[in-house]
Design a protein around this ligand. Structure first.
Ligand code: MG
Length: 169
């Protein structure tokens, strides 16, 4: 069994007049996340974790924010691309754990919808995907409501579940 672990983190400023989309779920809020794409902080962190597990750079390597193709892009594209790279290298996602930090609103009502979206993009059962939410406790940029942050770890395992690439029979 070959396993690979990856870490991803992301932060976006919050500003009025922007949509707030986290894990592909539109969130009812008076502020949204600034960014070149749809600024989905959770999809970005998980994408970086998958790419990190593969040691294949990061989201900026594959999707430069100078590229007009990605302006306003829905970030499930980025995660789907990372998942396809994992599959090309013979890996499937064993599990994902993640944390989203935002001062408000409380994300609990949206968590299962985020998990379902992430699981669908990765092609795994929802039981393999964890999303947790925390407030910033009033301190730092998150606590002051100026930004939101996400962190994710992803474990990949080789698709065959065996010790290495399948040998021809
Ligand atoms: Mg980002």
């Amino acid at each position: 069994m070959t396993m690979r672990i990856g870490l991803g983190t992301d932060v976006h400023r919050l500003a009025p007049g922007r949509p707030l989309v986290i894990g592909g779920v539109p969130i009812d809020a008076e502020f949204g996340a600034e960014g070149h794409s749809d600024a989905d902080v959770l999809f970005h962190a998980i994408t970086d974790a998958v790419l990190g597990a593969l040691a294949l750079g990061d989201i900026g390597t594959h999707f430069p924010n100078t590229d007009e193709r990605w302006r306003g892009a829905a970030s499930d594209k980025f995660l789907a691309y990372a998942a396809s790279l994992a599959a090309e290298h013979g890996f499937v996602v064993a599990n994902v754990d993640s944390v989203v930090e935002i001062e408000r609103p409380r994300l609990r009502p949206y968590i299962d919808a985020m998990r379902a979206n992430i699981a669908a993009v990765l092609g795994v059962d929802i039981s393999r995907v964890s999303v947790k939410a925390k407030s910033g406790e009033g301190v730092d940029a998150v606590g002051e409501g100026r930004a939101l942050r996400a962190q994710a770890v992803v474990l990949l395992e080789n698709a065959s579940g065996s010790a290495g690439p399948a040998s021809p029979s």
